[in-house]
Design a protein around this ligand. Structure first.
Ligand SMILES: Nc1ncnc2c1ncn2[C@@H]1O[C@H](COP(=O)(O)OP(=O)(O)OP(=O)(O)O)[C@@H](O)[C@H]1O
Ligand SMILES: [Mg+2]
Length: 317
């Protein structure tokens, strides 16, 4: 399902949080809204789901309008056929895993073959054996799988994820990243994923929409946003940037420490070193500017080096 938001505005207590936003989510794509805390990501998801009412504008699901202030349309959440996976899992503590997943179907009185459908959803997240347990008897990762099963059991046209992995520890987070991505691919559905984690956004998404202060800064494929940032905000928020001038930068991994023909040479002094296992990060002082480059060997602090950069890798903002 394609989602379009047209000229959406939303304020809370006179503070404008979303500013005349135009946004399109393509059918069957995995789209991520990426942006710093407070930029309005959750508010957008809640408006798509019908949990928050925009002040003005329109929201369309394919060819049907689900919200319009002008035409006084506001389809309630239960009629929008959207799945929602929350950051804090939001499971009912007094209901078993099975009943948590069945809850949405029972609420809609959609109980035909309910046992089979719930079991199928639990199977897809490999939790069949846990169906009689209560949320407090599950690990964080298992609880989030229940959250996922609950979102897919109604066969929604779109699933919204609000930072679903942020309550998990780093290793589990990476495993769950792959698992969720795989499950969503299998479902063949539209997914909108919210995160403020750049790595998560880049590794999971077909399309990234970067937001800042209630506005879209840039949207595109992950590679495009990383390699060709259009604003200072994007260049600094996603990945590391080495600024050559106030309006031109390159990414650390594109630079070399050995002479390369045709590359620009920048003399630098090593000011710090981080050993990261597979490589070193060198922090450099380049005429008062602080750069980072990657290296396969250790350098001493104070060492004089040359950094070689291809003009093609320098992006003008
Ligand atoms: N119900 C509310 N009442 C008042 N202000 C709100 C309400 N909901 C959100 N806000 C404000 O709107 C702004 C955007 O909030 P939102 O939750 O959408 O941000 P976010 O991008 O999801 O941030 P985070 O990454 O921290 O979750 C914030 O300044 C927040 O304080
Ligand atoms: Mg949020």
């Amino acid at each position: 399902m394609k989602i379009s938001m047209n000229r959406i505005c939303k304020s809370f207590d006179k503070a404008e949080v979303i500013k005349s936003l135009d946004l399109e989510i393509q059918d069957n794509d995995f789209t991520t809204l990426l942006g710093p805390s407070g930029c309005g990501k959750t508010t957008i998801l809640r408006m798509i789901a019908g949990l928050e009412k925009p002040d003005s504008g329109e929201i369309w699901f394919d060819d049907s309008c689900v919200f319009s202030d002008k035409n006084r349309i506001n389809i309630p959440p239960e009629k929008r056929n959207i799945g929602f996976v929350f950051q804090d899992f939001a499971l009912w503590p007094h209901l078993s895993v099975f009943e948590n997943v069945a809850f949405g179907l029972r609420a809609k009185k959609d109980t035909v073959n309910i046992k089979e459908r719930v079991n199928e959803a639990l199977e897809s997240v490999q939790l069949s054996e846990y169906k009689d347990r209560y949320p407090s008897q599950l690990s964080g990762g298992q609880q989030q799988r229940v959250g996922f099963a609950r979102a897919i059991v109604t066969k929604p046209d779109c699933i919204l994820f609000d930072e679903p992995l942020s309550a998990l520890d780093a290793i589990l987070r990476e495993d769950m990243r792959l698992e969720m991505k795989g499950l969503i691919e299998k479902l063949n559905t539209t997914a909108v994923f919210v995160t403020h984690d750049q790595m998560e956004a880049m590794s999971m998404s077909d399309w990234i929409i970067v937001m800042n202060k209630g506005r879209i800064e840039q949207q595109g494929k992950p590679e495009n946003i990383y390699q060709r940032p259009k604003t200072h905000f994007i260049a600094n928020f996603i990945g590391k940037s080495n600024w050559v001038e106030s309006d031109s930068m390159f990414r650390p991994e594109t630079a070399a420490l050995k002479k390369k023909d045709g590359y620009r040479e920048f003399p630098a002094v090593v000011s710090g070193i981080d050993f990261l296992g597979e490589k070193y990060n060198l922090y450099l002082n380049v005429h008062g500017k602080r750069w980072t480059v990657e290296s396969s060997s250790r350098y001493s602090v104070g060492a004089e080096v040359s950094v070689y950069v291809n003009e093609h890798d320098i992006v003008t903002i």
